[in-house]
Write a protein that binds this ligand. Sequence first.
Ligand SMILES: *[C@@H]1O[C@H](CO)[C@@H](O)[C@H](O)[C@H]1NC(C)=O
Ligand SMILES: *[C@@H]1O[C@H](CO)[C@@H](O)[C@H](O)[C@H]1NC(C)=O
Ligand SMILES: CC(=O)N[C@H]1CO[C@H](CO)[C@@H](O)[C@@H]1O
Length: 767
Amino acid sequence: MKTAEEPDKQRQRSRHRHLQMGWFSSVWWSTLVMLFFSLPEVNSMKESVPRVKLGYKELIHSRSVVPFVGSSEGQRFETVLLDEERSRLLLGAKDHIYLLDPDDLNKHPKKLSWPAPRDRVDMCILAGKNPLTECANFIRVLHSYNRSHVYACGTGAFHPTCAFLEVKGHKEDSWLHLHSNTVESGRLKCPFDPHQPFASVLTDQYLYAGTASDFLGKDSTFSRSLGPPPDQQYIRTDISEDYWINEGKFIFAHPIADTYNPDDDKIYFFFREASRDGSTTDKSVLSRVARICRNDVGGLRSLTNKWTTFLKARLVCSIPVPDGVDTHFDELQDIFLLPSRDERNPMVYGVFTTTSSIFRGSAVCVYNMEDIRAVFNGPYAHKEGPDHRWVEYEDRIPYPRPGTCPSRTYDPHIKTTKDFPDEVISFIRLHPLMYRSVHPMTGRPIFTRINTEYRLTQIVVDQVAAEDGQYAVMFLGTDMGSVLKVVSITQENWSTEEIILEELQVFKSPSAILNMEISSKQQQLFVGGSDGLVQVSLHRCHIYGQGCAECCLARDPYCAWDGTQCSRYIPASKRRARRQDIKHGDPSSHCWDTEDVLGRNVEEKVLYGVESNSSFLECVSKSQQALIRWFILKPGADQRQEIKPDERVLITERGLLIRWLQRSDAGSYFCTSQEHSFTRTLLHLSLHVLDRGQIQAHQPATRESSDNPPVTEPRQRYKDYLRRLSVPVRSLDEYCETLWHKEKKQKQKGKWKHVQELRKSRNRRHH
Ligand SMILES: *[C@@H]1O[C@H](CO)[C@@H](O)[C@H](O)[C@H]1NC(C)=O
Ligand SMILES: *[C@@H]1O[C@H](CO)[C@@H](O)[C@H](O)[C@H]1NC(C)=O
Ligand SMILES: CC(=O)N[C@H]1CO[C@H](CO)[C@@H](O)[C@@H]1O
């Protein structure tokens, strides 16, 4: 036998060993992590923040996010069946199924109530489960069965139940009907526990589901049920945890054809499980890709009603470190299949998180079906030796190769899995694991988030055609109610760049996103969470700004400058002069207005400050990725100089704070924003510094000179002004605004002259 164990596992184990070495190694490890994550990213720090961040209120206000009115707290809007063809959306939540119009969620919503029976709820509560969050019928399965019927299952207060639903009528006149005579046990089809990860798919009238099959959640299994009568036999995975599935948490299942022979069609499924290697007692979580043949009907003498073609392999998502300890993202959270021209070869996108207690991390890895098949066609793993480690199996492999689907075309003697020789059946029983692991296409994650306050939980991907090529735009749901929109750009030299175009807070409360469905047709995302369902538009081009340069800098494949505004890019449209540059985001080669932008979109301000007091010069860029730099042109000087921060001058995210003004601070200030190699001026501000002595001399001796209001009032205003100045940073714009209004009023009265704050905004635009 060859090497002692899978190289991945070795690394994995050595990492765990390091983690157990206590404080010293923790420090060592976190330093290592810091090194690996921070060092290469120092230069691209700005790129790792979302370019645009939009809050819940903003999104609601602009109707970019529309919540479903039937949303309510803690109902878990987890199961979504989007049927674009029939233009309907079924939504499964706690005790209810909704029938909605995907064009407008709130137009004539229909609601079907399907609670768990009272005695089941009582028993669930008696068993110590939570009455609110567990002892109810949480809908987990909704699949189109045929043109008129939908198959649905709910957890039924820890007693899963399924039934056929009928959708009658069309649009406004449609309604849902539950056929009570079809209600049946949901064991093996639906989880008992509403919070347990679960995967199912219905195809050709068969339901494939991966779930725990008992109340305690001990036995996890992947099974097939339903099917056209009379062939309604359950087929499931073998119970042996050590070999087949151990504490499986199922994530995704989907039929994929492997060859042009339909007999070869398989169901691929993805899960994570506890891996107990050899004699060690510590368990680690590993992610798996597995498959079974669709025509598997179980074995004859052994493995009867069990899969005889089940194979699984490890799915690796890690950052390789040369000669070091790889950083592994072991916990699979979600899978999305991005269709390609060849339906046998969709791209497999996976979201993973770390199991580490030291740092929080999430990653997206992309796999190729060819690589997955190559691993299933490669060597099997074998448990051997006193410590029962997995090693490479090198002995004779029985015929037909275990895991191959039976087909008359291959061998007329093997028409079904019941014809498999005993040798094949006993082999698969002990060798369902492949020796090699599946690695991501690019050898590493295409996107990572380390030590962010959130973790990634969900993914959908949209293929978007832009002026300079096709882009895969990822929408990533987090456990904090937000969605990241990320585009991965491959340059001519094959280096890739990931840009977080937007971070959208689509739910009011920071709770986990449970499900996302994308409708490319409608350019909408349906996002389910514990407190509701929301509809989110895939793009908001107008927010990028009012100029070609800003639109171009956004690098959003959905958006282009159409000559008058930043709007949705449609490749088929004949409109000329659509300006867009996703690959480089370089406005100077795509926009005519770049030179003039300096004079045009620059805000101009005049600000008066008082010596020794503080002063705040506000300047905020729309893009969080822009690098803001400040320059000053002093009176009499012929060149502007960059302002370097020190203990007196602070450059904040919202502007420049001068802690105590000196007379020499007076001058022209320029706030510039740099993104890629493109620099523009956002603000030009003239700062005048007033002499404190002068101002005090103007103040009246007594405050109570009520007979002299014209002088008292300016003094009050001046105090107001100072008070506002002493609370700097936030909402300075607000006080400028109020001051400006007050000042205007004062001017009308002709009394207020001492301290002025002018604000001129010039936004003349030429197209
Ligand atoms: C759809 O399936 C249901 C449940 O088996 C059945 O009653 C119904 O007749 C079927 N409808 C069609 C159109 O096949
Ligand atoms: C690839 O090109 C980009 C710019 O287009 C550059 O930043 C990067 O360093 C290049 N990478 C390699 C490996 O040459
Ligand atoms: C922020 C700050 O320093 N404000 C001061 C400005 O000057 C007045 C008058 O001397 C002080 O009272 C403020 O505290």
